[in-house]
Ligand binder design. Structure first.
Ligand code: DQA
Length: 146
């Protein structure tokens, strides 16, 4: 089984980007954490990041037939992107929505998610620890492991 963890805009700057909001962990640290967990679970993991909306759409399309499911932290596109919502609706690959911060406890504009209505579910507010939690949630959903 193979899964995709896809990260959107500005998440390449984790570690130095507003650490009071997003924590001190870099995206490379998070990738290492996720790869170690994937090894434990005996699954293949592709970990990717893009700052470009269309590239994220392409990566969602390309998951078809390759990945059993996707963990998506769409960053700010969460709150703006009908294109990402439509892509998720079109691919027939389950998506878990993920955020480091608790978007429901932040500015009003972050409380609207275009991803939530088309995702299996959402994990937010647990910082970097949310990534392995989201992997567990995805594998539980697709029936691969607990
Ligand atoms: C985020 C929350 C978004 O509102 C924000 O634009 C991000 C990161 C998070 O992981 O908490 O870029 O998705």
């Amino acid at each position: 089984c193979s899964i995709l963890i896809l990260n959107g805009p500005n998440l390449n700057l984790l570690g130095t980007r507003q650490p009071e909001v997003y924590g001190p962990t870099t995206l490379a640290d998070i990738e290492a954490l996720c790869q170690a967990k994937a090894t434990d679970l005996g699954i293949d993991l592709t970990f990717a990041q893009s700052n470009h909306e269309g590239e994220l759409v392409d990566m969602l399309h390309d998951a078809r037939g390759i990945h059993a499911g996707i963990v998506l932290n769409a960053g700010a596109y969460t709150h703006t992107s009908v294109a990402l919502m439509d892509a998720i609706s079109s691919i027939m690959v389950p998506v878990i929505e993920l955020h480091l911060s608790n978007i429901h406890a932040r500015e009003a504009f972050r409380q609207k998610s275009y991803i939530a209505p088309v995702a299996v579910g959402q994990i937010c507010g647990f910082g970097a620890a949310g990534y392995p939690l989201a992997m567990d949630a995805l594998l539980s959903y697709i029936g691969e492991a607990a």
